[in-house]
Design a protein around this ligand. Structure first.
Ligand SMILES: CCCCCCCC/C=C\CCC/C=C/C(=O)SCCNC(=O)CCNC(=O)[C@H](O)C(C)(C)COP(=O)(O)OP(=O)(O)OC[C@H]1O[C@@H](n2cnc3c(N)ncnc32)[C@H](O)[C@@H]1OP(=O)(O)O
Ligand SMILES: Cc1cc2nc3c(=O)[nH]c(=O)nc-3n(C[C@H](O)[C@H](O)[C@H](O)COP(=O)(O)OP(=O)(O)OC[C@H]3O[C@@H](n4cnc5c(N)ncnc54)[C@H](O)[C@@H]3O)c2cc1C
Length: 620
């Protein structure tokens, strides 16, 4: 059979309305149409070609990135693209670039932490890209420990200026994207010192390079930190190093939305939580969660198409060999990843809503949901990026030897994606933040304070700590309330056990250090519960299209039961389910795999592209 026939055969098996499924994936018909239109725009424009980038030298790759960034900006202006369309354009151009940091961190930081006057002064220039900014927080010595940053911003009352200085080698800013070559300005995080007193880390806008000749300004040493993991990949970004030698900036270049320094040098803390200084990270973590499903779906799409076309073993009487997609082992490795892509998509949509909600609350001086939003963004960023990075590597293996070729797209996708486990907060460090939030919640359970939102289930902990799962047959595992209760019981029990064990230590900090692994696992259980519960909420919505809801229900069950299988130790050890019920879940999972269908519209096109890329990559 030809590739085209396999294609037709698999399409025939797709028992759902593919067009409607695309709309569910995009979030709305309008979002789908925008995505489709912008995808075509990018694909038909030769400037945006990306088939050769793993073969370019770093210098040429960087030039190519600048060309694309300039061209993208030109198209955005010419076509008057909306913010949503422009952001889709960035997604399809698909090459890390300094503008990600300019639009994604520099501008949001000024909006979130600058006062009205500062926003009026800086934002118009930034929107027109008359200045280009980066987000310079991490230093050579400290990334995770933000309070450990060493760069100083000392107020000089005589001149009404701050003196920005890098007192040690380890205080050198290290990593900021866009800093190495491009940025004219940086949002730097430095210790604020007034009258000899250290007030902790705050944000300051500093000009780095001349707007006339782009050379570094006096007192500034700046450069690129060099090659990173993989070919192509993140090397299109100019991650940089930056040192200050007593650089003077005006007082109003300290972002004054959270705290202020007066003309007399008096430090004043507004009545907003100081954690708002970390607000830009919360914003980007939320974006990263939304992006995880995109990266994952790309990998799964490649591995699925390959698995349909690839045949290996099992030929009888000269007939065709078995499609590798039909092997149960292939299905048990691939389908949970497909299901995860949908799960991350839906939880990403919800997180976007949560972020919008907290932004509105903050504007009305309601800070009550901030800790929960921090825990959700940190936890979901950690769990979705770790799972996606692992999944891309699994997809590479699912494609056998071909997955190792650059032309499969998977090596570059992995190389470009894997730092998401580190940037915007190392994933383990972020899980420990979630654990702190959970321990606080458990400690307040008897206080009469009712847990709400994603921790509402803790309010039912009396029931969850002793409930017994009622599954007797494999199909009982198809009931969403059975799955939900098992995940709630596991999360509640793991958190409560950690809280009890913490009491065995002389002080909380010592306990946290010793129990960090258990705490991180409890955080994972809590975050997986959030993902499962948001998938269930999605299924409770009206979902049109023949067979679409049914297919999503199958994917939900695959997602939840494959997690249950993977973490069976947690579920059984905490007494939420019996080993027998665990075995029944696995039996149900096996049955579900044969019900997963997929559409494969451009399989032939894919094969042709693969061949073209192979020819190019071998012409060295
Ligand atoms: C075209 C547009 C494109 C847009 C697309 C954008 C996507 C771009 C994608 C990729 C680009 C990648 C670029 C990468 C950039 C970076 O990496 S920037 C640097 C990021 N750095 C980090 O994330 C550092 C991680 N560390 C921290 O966040 C913190 O230091 C900490 C681990 C949280 C610890 O902080 P601290 O020492 O202050 O901690 P605690 O004492 O534990 O906490 C004090 C209390 O504050 C609460 N807290 C902490 N953080 C936050 C927060 N962000 N919001 C709210 N509250 C917070 C914490 O829970 C404690 O609360 P408690 O006292 O009640 O317990
Ligand atoms: C591609 C890329 C782009 C980046 N872009 C930017 C940018 O634009 N701007 C910017 O400011 N920064 C940027 N960064 C820096 C990034 O935010 C930091 O690297 C990240 O926050 C991790 O900090 P670290 O490097 O200090 O890791 P470390 O904290 O040194 O981590 C090393 C190890 O220690 C462990 N660890 C650390 N603390 C603890 C703890 N308390 N408990 C248990 N384990 C712990 C970690 O889990 C990890 O395994 C970027 C980084 C990368 C890789």
């Amino acid at each position: 059979m030809e590739a085209l026939d396999y294609h037709a055969e698999e399409r025939r098996k797709a028992e759902f309305d593919v067009e409607e499924m695309k709309i569910v994936w995009a979030g709305s018909r309008q979002a789908y149409e925008i995505s489709d239109r912008v995808a075509r725009l990018v694909a038909s424009d030769p400037v945006f070609r990306k088939d050769n980038r793993t073969m370019l030298s770093r210098k040429d790759l960087f030039k190519d990135t600048l060309r694309k960034a300039a061209h993208a900006w030109k198209r955005i202006i010419e076509l008057r693209l909306s913010e949503e369309e422009a952001s889709k354009l960035r997604f399809f151009v698909d090459q890390p670039v300094f503008t990600d940091l300019h639009w994604g961190m520099f501008i949001p930081a000024i909006k979130g932490q600058g006062n009205e006057e500062q926003q009026q002064k800086w934002l118009p220039m930034a929107y027109k890209m008359q200045i280009i900014g980066c987000y310079a927080q991490t230093e050579l010595g400290h990334g995770s420990n933000v309070q450990g940053l060493e760069t100083t911003a000392t107020f000089d009352p005589e001149t009404d200026e701050f003196v920005i200085h890098s007192p040690t080698l380890t205080s050198s800013k290290w990593w900021p994207g866009g800093l190495g070559k491009v940025s004219t300005h940086a949002l730097i995080y430095a210790r604020l010192i007034t009258d000899g007193q250290d007030h902790g880390v705050h944000g300051f806008i500093v000009q780095l390079r001349s707007l006339d000749d782009h050379l570094p300004l006096p007192g500034i040493t700046v450069g690129d930190i060099g090659m990173k993991f993989g070919s192509g990949a993140y090397n299109s970004m100019d991650n940089g190093v930056l040192r200050f030698d007593h650089v003077r900036i005006l007082r109003d270049q300290m972002l004054m939305g959270v705290s202020q320094v007066t003309r007399e040098g008096k430090f004043m803390q507004s009545d907003v939580p100081r954690q708002l200084v970390y607000g830009t990270m919360v914003y980007v973590r939320q974006k990263i969660v939304a992006d995880a499903s995109c990266a994952l779906s790309r990998a799964v799409c490649i591995a699925t198409r390959y698995s349909v076309v690839r045949r290996q073993f099992g030929s009888h009487n000269g007939g065709p060999e078995t499609q590798v997609i039909d092997y149960k082992t292939q299905q048990s490795r691939l389908f949970p990843l497909l299901a995860s892509a949908y799960a991350f998509r839906f939880v990403g949509e919800w997180l976007k809503w949560l972020y919008t909600d907290v932004t509105q609350r903050l504007q009305a001086s309601d800070f009550s949901t901030l800790p929960e939003v921090h825990a959700c963004t940190a936890g979901l960023k950690s769990v979705t990026t770790s799972a996606t990075a692992d999944a891309i590597e699994e997809c590479r293996k699912l494609c056998g030897g071909h997955g190792y070729l650059s032309s499969s797209g998977l090596p570059e996708l992995f190389a470009v994606y894997v730092p998401a486990c580190t940037y915007e907060g190392d994933n383990v460090v972020l899980l420990l933040q979630v654990a702190r939030f959970l321990m606080k919640t458990v400690s307040q359970l008897g206080s009469g304070k009712k847990p709400v939102g994603t921790i509402a289930y803790m309010g039912r902990s009396e029931h969850l700590l002793q409930c017994r799962c009622e599954v007797e047959r494999a199909e009982d595992w198809l009931k969403p309330n059975v799955i939900l209760e098992a995940f709630e019981a596991r999360a509640a029990r793991m958190s409560v056990t950690c809280a009890k064990n913490l009491n065995n230590f002389a002080n909380q900090e010592e306990g946290f250090a010793q129990l960090a692994t258990d705490l991180a696992e409890a955080a994972v259980a809590h975050v997986q519960l959030i993902i499962v519960s948001k998938f269930i909420e999605k299924l409770q919505q009206d979902i049109p299209g023949k067979g679409v809801k049914r297919q999503l229900e199958i994917l939900f069950n695959v997602y939840a039961l494959s997690l249950l299988h993977k973490h069976l130790g947690d579920f059984v050890a905490s007494g939420c389910i019996t080993p027998k019920q665990g075995a029944l879940a696995n039996e149900q999972l096996r049955l579900l795999y044969s019900q997963v269908h997929f559409d494969n519209p451009s399989l032939l096109l894919y094969m042709v592209l693969l061949l073209e890329r192979l020819l190019q990559s071998t012409s060295f």
